[in-house]
Design a protein around this ligand. Structure first.
Ligand code: FDM
Ligand code: MG
Length: 231
């Protein structure tokens, strides 16, 4: 049973001011997919209305172009692939806003934080971290972002590593540095979680960061309006 099948069809069971927009970020093989599923199950068991999302969304036409690039089947200019990743989010922007307004909390596996740091990590001189932000401006802003932090050497020891384009030590080291740089400049919505230990410990840490935020947003403390990324 995938998280998509188990969580997407129910009508909202609880009436809330709006759903929370929760993003889980991290390096490749940081355990995001497992943790997203666990988080959804726990929230759902408590009666929250939940939907999941992941980027890249490989189902759309743009998503298929991205997938082919990641699998080294096609090559593209660094700016072009960056803009496709961003377009892939814009395809879902309206759905995100409507779904949150209906009272669903969305748990999202990667978002524009990945978009920015993976592109900037390529060290293309005309593709700085600040350049990468521009196409993301105006996208729905998450209420909380959990960054699952681990050292690239730990990720490498996990199954399936090295299959896709960016799963290389040098790249992952720069991605991690850039994630940490974003965290330093952040307004407090990004939470760093040590993801180097066992799955249960990591799950508990994520829960401590996410549950209070979900309860506050659903209860109305963050207002009805969904924020927009300002760059
Ligand atoms: N990735 C992901 C990007 O480079 N930009 C983006 O905007 C997003 C959402 O795609 F290496 C990278 C990160 C990762 C790859 O992601 C595929 P998954 O989560 O491993 O499927
Ligand atoms: Mg991957």
């Amino acid at each position: 049973m995938t998280s998509e099948e188990s969580f997407s069809w129910q009508e909202p069971r609880n009436s809330v001011v709006r759903g929370a927009f929760v993003v889980v970020e991290g390096l490749d093989r940081a355990g995001k997919t497992t943790q997203v599923q666990r988080l959804c199950s726990k929230l759902y068991a408590l009666g929250h209305n939940i939907k999941t999302l992941r980027f890249p969304d490989r189902n759309s036409t743009i998503g298929q172009m991205i997938s082919s690039y990641l699998q080294n089947e096609t090559d593209m200019d660094d700016h072009v692939i960056h803009l496709l990743f961003s377009a892939n989010r814009w395809e879902k922007a309206k759905w995100i806003e409507e779904t949150l307004s209906k009272g669903y909390t969305i748990i999202c596996d990667r978002y524009f934080y990945s978009g920015m740091v993976y592109s900037a990590a390529k060290q293309n001189p005309s593709l700085s971290l600040s350049w990468t932000k521009h196409p993301e401006i105006g996208l729905p802003l998450p209420d909380v972002v959990v960054f699952l932090d681990l050292e690239p050497w730990q990720a490498e020891q996990r199954g399936g590593y090295g299959e896709e384009k960016y799963e290389k030590r040098e790249m992952q080291l720069r991605v991690r540095e850039l994630f940490l740089q974003l965290l330093k400049a952040d307004d407090g919505r990004m939470k760093i979680v040590n993801a180097g230990d066992g799955m249960d410990a990591v799950e508990e840490r994520i829960w401590k960061e996410v549950l209070p935020c979900v309860e506050a947003v659903e209860g109305g403390s963050f207002g009805v309006k969904i924020g927009k990324f300002k760059g």
